[in-house]
Design a protein around this ligand. Structure first.
Ligand code: NAI
Length: 329
């Protein structure tokens, strides 16, 4: 029998958790022959809601779900024990009147203890995807507090942004989404992110040859992608959850499987200094995976417009890093 994969999800009783867990448990992520044990982590007041989620998982009778482990955030090591993937979704949401820097300071301590617990309890091959915002800097904090986990195992999610950008380009060009490739999000998962349409392709051709309205690409396209999260909150009265869960699934699959020749995917990883991004920052790049390890795709060129956008988002990441420097080892 195939040994089960253990997947921890923090914030498991939240909105994203509710869209995510059932897809993982059903075999959509790791395939129909791979058993999965879900480790569900929540804060103590949410453990009763988590019991309800567990009952619903039971009631799906998924053949691929080999077990459920529950732990509260006071017992993180139990939650992460022997886990091969840790999906850090839980975090305190941004409240009214709260500045981004306030949010960073509130969530920072959550991610020091998360990093420490992953480091001491997770499986030796663990891979960690941080989704809870501000995800790049939360990931930076956790990585810096996890001495036993190599830096190339840490990811912050920009796949949802990539998917949003692909969808916008497909709609504008009248092509199916499957024809839009090499769409990279650079930098921070925030309103400064840069969706790089210059290196994207539509139907195998440069996107700028297919969509010749460069003013739209430089203006409305970028701002639609950057502000999509806020537009969804405005329309739905709640932040994106199903599409965020889908982004998580796409990211795990992109990490766990070799990337097709010529293709790329976006995730924020620990910079090795490529493209002038400070070494050690968790910044989004064009990546490929061999099924285990990622590489940053080299040799993409950026014109003055693009470079200014990348510089701006990297500058924001540096500011965030400075805000939490006391939490970094
Ligand atoms: P939610 O508020 O519905 O759920 C969050 C859950 O996390 C709650 O159940 C809460 O009890 C739990 N939680 C809080 N602190 C925790 C801790 N220390 N340990 C374990 N669990 C904890 O929020 P939702 O909609 O599920 O979103 C979760 C996070 O994902 C938010 O930070 C949101 O901003 C972020 N997000 C990130 C996206 C990305 O593309 N990177 C996209 C969409 C959302």
């Amino acid at each position: 029998m195939t040994a089960p994969i253990r997947v921890a999800v923090t914030g498991a009783a939240g909105q994203i958790g509710y869209s995510l867990l059932f897809r993982i448990a059903s075999g959509q992520v790791f395939g129909p022959d791979q058993p999965v044990i879900l480790h569900l982590v929540e804060i103590p007041p949410a453990m009763s809601a988590l019991d309800g989620v567990e009952m619903e998982l039971d009631d799906c009778a998924f053949p691929t779900l080999a077990g459920v482990v529950k732990a509260d955030s006071d017992h993180l090591e139990d939650g992460f024990a022997d886990c091969n993937y840790v999906l850090c979704v839980g975090s305190v949401p941004r409240g009214k009147g709260m500045e981004r820097s306030d949010l960073i300071r509130i969530n920072g301590p959550i991610f020091t203890s998360t990093g420490q617990a992953i480091s001491s309890a997770a499986a030796s091959d663990v891979r960690v995807l941080v989704v809870g915002n501000p995800c790049n800097t939360n990931c930076l904090i956790a990585m810096n507090n996890a001495p036993n986990v190599p830096n190339d195992r840490w990811y912050a999610m920009t796949m949802l942004d990539q998917n949003r950008a692909i969808s916008q380009l497909a709609q504008k060009s009248g092509q199916p989404v499957s024809e839009v490739t090499n769409m990279t999000i650079w930098g921070n998962h925030s309103a400064t992110q840069y969706p790089d349409f210059y290196n994207a392709k539509i139907d195998g051709k440069p996107a700028t040859e297919v969509i010749t309205d460069e003013a739209w690409l430089q203006g409305e396209f970028i701002s639609t992608v950057q502000k999509r999260g806020a537009a969804i909150i405005q329309a739905r009265g709640a932040s994106s959850a199903a599409s965020a869960a889908n982004g998580i699934i796409d990211t795990v699959k992109a990490i766990a499987n070799p990337t097709a020749a010529g293709a790329t995917f976006s995730a924020a990883v620990c910079s090795d200094g490529s493209y002038g991004v400070d070494e050690g920052l968790i910044s989004s790049f064009p990546l490929t995976s061999d099924g285990k390890n990622w590489s940053i795709v080299q040799g993409q060129s950026h014109n003055e417009f693009a470079q200014a956008k990348i510089d701006a988002t990297v500058a924001e990441l540096k500011e965030e890093r400075d805000t939490v420097k006391d939490l970094l080892k």
